[in-house]
Design a protein around this ligand. Structure first.
Ligand SMILES: NC(=O)c1ccc[n+]([C@@H]2O[C@H](COP(=O)([O-])OP(=O)(O)OC[C@H]3O[C@@H](n4cnc5c(N)ncnc54)[C@H](OP(=O)(O)O)[C@@H]3O)[C@@H](O)[C@H]2O)c1
Length: 253
């Protein structure tokens, strides 16, 4: 595969990039900090046995949509075309912090929903423009949403709303473009121990980035439209989805 990754400098994205690199997939990294990107690329080259400077990078900040098209064009030129785009970039803050800071709330809603959708649209157009490959898909768009988008919950009012919107967008893309050759993979992680949630208490069923990356890679290879990871979260959310509203008002999670 020829893969463009947005958000592989940390956490789940970094673990996924390492897995892809280890099996020899061609990679191109996008992110908001050029030095972090260069460090990640050199690390992936050493781990994956790639030639030095063979993994390209370009700055792409989810707060600056005017740079999305150029970043993807640079990736396209460097890879000689790409067939997979992965978005693991995202922003999180606690509901208390967001309610205390409307500007931060606006940033989170913009990054995690509106600008992620705008970026995905740039990626979608490029993937669908690839020449047909017989019965095979033209391309795969992989985006990390969250179980937080499954149900309105007190601790994630804004973050959950953004992820709910993102999940619906990805579902619609799957319905609209699957037959045209676009495979959409919507990943719904439960709690995963990364820097994003380092300040939060660790709940039951928490996962680690490496096994989560393994689940994501399996979903990419199979073209699975929705994947919960760690897998137990599928059953946790099945329960939470059917809890009556009166219960949801009383409980704190
Ligand atoms: N960890 C969890 O419990 C959990 C649960 C459910 C869903 N998720 C979702 O899974 C995805 C990955 O999360 P993670 O836990 O791996 O988070 P993480 O360790 O904090 O990594 C987030 C990544 O997003 C990048 N990023 C942040 N803001 C950006 C921006 N404006 N433009 C471009 N890149 C930006 C970061 O880049 P820098 O290096 O520049 O900071 C970093 O590479 C996110 O979408 C998150 O919402 C995580």
């Amino acid at each position: 595969m020829k893969v463009v990754l947005l958000g592989a400098t940390k956490g789940i994205g970094r673990a996924l990039a390492r897995r892809l690199g280890a099996r020899g997939d061609a990679l191109f990294l996008l992110g908001r900090d050029s030095e972090e990107l260069a460090r990640s690329a050199r690390d992936l080259e050493v781990r994956g046995g790639f030639a030095p400077e063979s993994i390209g990078t370009a700055v792409c900040d989810l707060e600056r949509p005017e740079g999305f098209a150029r970043a993807l064009d640079v990736a396209n030129a460097a890879l000689g075309g790409f067939d997979t785009v992965v978005v693991t970039a995202g922003l999180f803050a606690t509901q208390d912090a967001l309610e205390a800071d409307p500007a931060l709330a606006r940033r989170l809603l913009t990054v995690d929903f509106a600008n992620t959708v705008v970026f995905c649209e740039e990626a979608r157009r490029r993937l669908l423009a690839r020449p047909g490959q017989g019965q095979a898909a033209k391309g795969t768009l992989v985006v990390l949403s969250s179980v937080a988008g499954e149900r309105g919950r007190k601790p994630v009012v804004y973050y959950g709303a953004a992820k709910a919107g993102l999940t619906r967008y990805l579902e619609s893309l799957d319905h609209k473009y699957r037959a045209a050759g676009l495979r959409t993979v919507c990943v719904k992680p439960g709690f995963v121990k990364t820097s994003m949630v380092a300040d939060l208490p660790v709940p039951p069923f928490a996962g680690e980035p490496e096994p989560v990356a393994r689940d994501v890679l399996r979903a990419i290879d199979r073209g699975t439209p929705v994947v919960y990871t760690p897998g137990v979260w599928r059953w946790v959310m099945l329960l939470i989805r059917v809890l009556p509203r009166a219960v949801m008002r009383r409980v704190g999670f």
